[in-house]
Design a binder for this molecule. Structure first.
Ligand code: ATR
Length: 276
């Protein structure tokens, strides 16, 4: 039977085995999917061992997404753009293909599950690390009117925007500027791709950067983030955490491996019920 795994460090709290087991059951795919803890210097060894016992693919998570590029014989365009791989697939000729389904997962969760439009909208992306890099290409491809990347370290936002130059209308801003009045138009969709929530920190936004009708997304999930709490206090009613992105990036990986697209709504609803 075809074997798959998620490889990370730490890995014990990963929901991916559960998600892929549900997908496999719903689509009658014979496969197994396990969580593998790789030592911090042992990504390649863990992958080679999985392959040796019939591994057909793997999801790669923190902190290995960039390092996983080196395991691939070929890369999808979105993995190349993101500079990170979250899905490895063994092709029929034995070559390893690296892809990145994180951005597609975010776009699908926002545009389809939440029903917030992205096309033609002004989007403010907070963060310029690995998580942000993975979603810039797919957000631009979704047809946003303008994408502004804000980061504590402005140089990192500039570097990220430069990597996507020519693919859409983009600008950058330092987080410190977000505390002051925005001299242009406010943003329709604000996405937090920083790890600030993990430290219980939020990012301060002057009220000229958003409206009560704006939509606020935090890629973190599983706890009430300070950022979403702040949005609630601003009477922003459209708020969403990253649980749907997690399920959708998994569905996209499952589709790459098995050629079938699993239904995600019922699983997302039950995961959400468990977490609340
Ligand atoms: P990830 O893969 O989760 O994106 P990362 O590559 O280390 O992790 O990036 C973390 C992001 O969160 C960065 O944009 C970081 O800002 P800097 O580039 O200036 O470091 C941002 N970040 C982390 N803690 C933050 C905080 N307390 N306030 C604002 N931004 C923060």
């Amino acid at each position: 039977i075809d074997q798959y795994a998620v490889i990370g460090h730490p890995i014990e709290h990963s929901k991916s085995p559960r998600i892929h087991a549900a997908f496999a059951k719903a689509t009658s795919q014979r496969m197994s999917y396990e969580a593998l803890l790789a030592p911090l210097d042992g990504l390649e060894k863990t992958w080679v061992e999985l392959r040796a016992r019939g591994g057909r693919g793997a999801n790669i998570t923190v902190p290995f997404k960039q390092e996983a590029l080196a395991l691939c014989d070929q890369l999808s365009e979105r993995a190349q753009q993101a500079g990170a791989v979250n899905t490895l697939s063994v092709m029929s000729d034995g070559q390893v293909r690296g892809d990145n389904t994180d951005g597609a997962g975010l776009v699908r969760d926002i545009a389809e599950n939440a029903g917030w439009s992205l096309a033609g909208q002004r989007v403010l992306l907070l963060g310029a690390g690995g998580a942000a890099a993975g979603v810039v290409g797919p957000l631009l491809a979704a047809g946003v009117a303008h994408l502004c990347i804000a980061n504590r370290t402005l140089a990192k936002a500039d570097r990220l925007a430069l990597a996507f130059a020519g693919l859409g209308s983009m600008s950058t801003v330092a987080n410190s500027e977000l505390e002051r009045a925005n001299d242009s138009v406010s943003y329709d969709v604000i996405i937090n791709a920083t790890s600030a929530s993990l430290q219980g920190k939020t990012i301060a936004l002057h009220d000229s950067w958003y409206r009560a009708s704006s939509a606020v997304y935090d890629m973190m999930y599983g706890f009430d983030t300070v950022f979403l709490a702040w949005a609630r206090e601003q009477n922003i009613s459209r708020r969403r955490d990253g649980l749907g992105m997690l399920v959708e990036q998994a569905a996209e990986a499952f589709y790459l491996w098995r050629g079938v697209r699993p239904e995600t709504q019922s699983l997302l609803a039950s995961l959400r019920a468990e977490l609340s």
